[in-house]
Design a protein around this ligand. Structure first.
Ligand code: 5IU
Length: 276
């Protein structure tokens, strides 16, 4: 029998982790009773901040793509951090690093965005091999940051399948201090190890490609429901973007209603999972 973390509560799972960012995320989920993360993919600071202030009470985490913001400056980061304290959420810059160790260390620490200085969590493609983890870890670990590896994607025709996914999970197991989990479409428990082996590694799985109304978009995105993601596939966090802020980022009342709706759907699926 495989030791299953899927029936443990988020609160119980805090003790399975040593990394401060992993602990912070689980503590936040337990405290606020939400497994909803909102992905804020907008190009203007004003919209970015308005969405975050509106969804803040309902989320455990805000996912950013700061490189798409046209009027980016360091003040925006200060405002994001202030909201993170006010609303009690974790910050995840979805940078998807993919270069050699030396380069990703510079991209993570330096440049315009200085991601390591403010983002609790970031992520990387495993395609370069373990050196990408050591490069990022040299910057992030001393700051108490955590890394997610992208082992699967939500897009049609993704190449992140099969042995690629398995090797990526093995890479993560060898770097438990810094790798706290995965961006994936299902639980990675037991992946890449023999079927009769007990998998004692409790990794967090954050899952994009979540929508209650649409099945996808015109550019290859595919959506599943919070129930499919949390209950049927054993993921831990639902990441929702356009399903919540739609086409009009300035309509904050509508955004609040949607955020609450996704939060409730995600939490209900989790409660069903831990009580099953
Ligand atoms: N994202 C995906 N799928 C993936 C990965 C990342 O959608 O497999 I890895 C990102 C892209 C976008 C967000 O920032 O998650 C989803 O936004 P929508 O909910 O608006 O589709």
């Amino acid at each position: 029998m495989m030791a299953s973390f899927l029936r443990q509560t988020y609160g119980q799972r805090i003790h399975n982790h040593n990394n401060p960012a992993a602990k912070l995320l689980l503590e936040t989920m337990e405290r606020k009773k939400t497994n909803l993360a909102v992905s804020v993919d907008v190009t203007k600071s004003k919209d970015f901040l308005a969405i975050i202030d509106a969804v803040g009470p309902f989320v455990c985490l805000i996912k950013t793509h700061v490189d798409i913001i046209e009027d980016f400056d360091q003040l925006l980061i200060k405002q994001l951090q202030d909201f993170s304290v006010k609303h009690d959420f974790v910050i995840f810059e979805d940078r998807k690093f993919a270069d050699i160790g030396n380069t990703v260390a510079l991209q993570y620490s330096s440049g315009v965005h200085k991601i390591a200085s403010w983002s609790h969590i970031t992520n990387a493609h495993p395609v370069p091999g373990p050196s990408i983890i050591s490069g990022l870890s040299s910057i992030g670990l001393p700051l108490g940051r955590g890394l997610l590896l992208l082992t699967e994607m939500s897009t049609k025709g993704t190449l992140a399948v099969g042995s690629y996914t398995e090797e990526a999970v093995r890479m993560a197991r060898a770097h438990r201090d810094f790798v706290i989990g995965f961006i994936a479409q299902r639980s990675m428990q037991g992946i890449g190890i023999q079927a009769d082996t007990v998998d004692g590694d409790d990794f967090l799985v954050l899952t994009p490609g979540v929508g209650l109304d649409a099945k996808g978009d015109s550019m290859g995105q595919q959506y599943r429901t919070p129930r499919q993601v949390i209950l049927e596939s054993g993921c831990d966090v639902i990441i929702v973007g356009r399903g919540i802020y739609g086409k009009d980022p300035s309509f904050v009342d509508g955004i609040r209603v949607q955020a609450k709706r996704y939060m409730e759907a995600g939490w209900e699926a989790y409660q069903e999972r831990v009580s099953s």
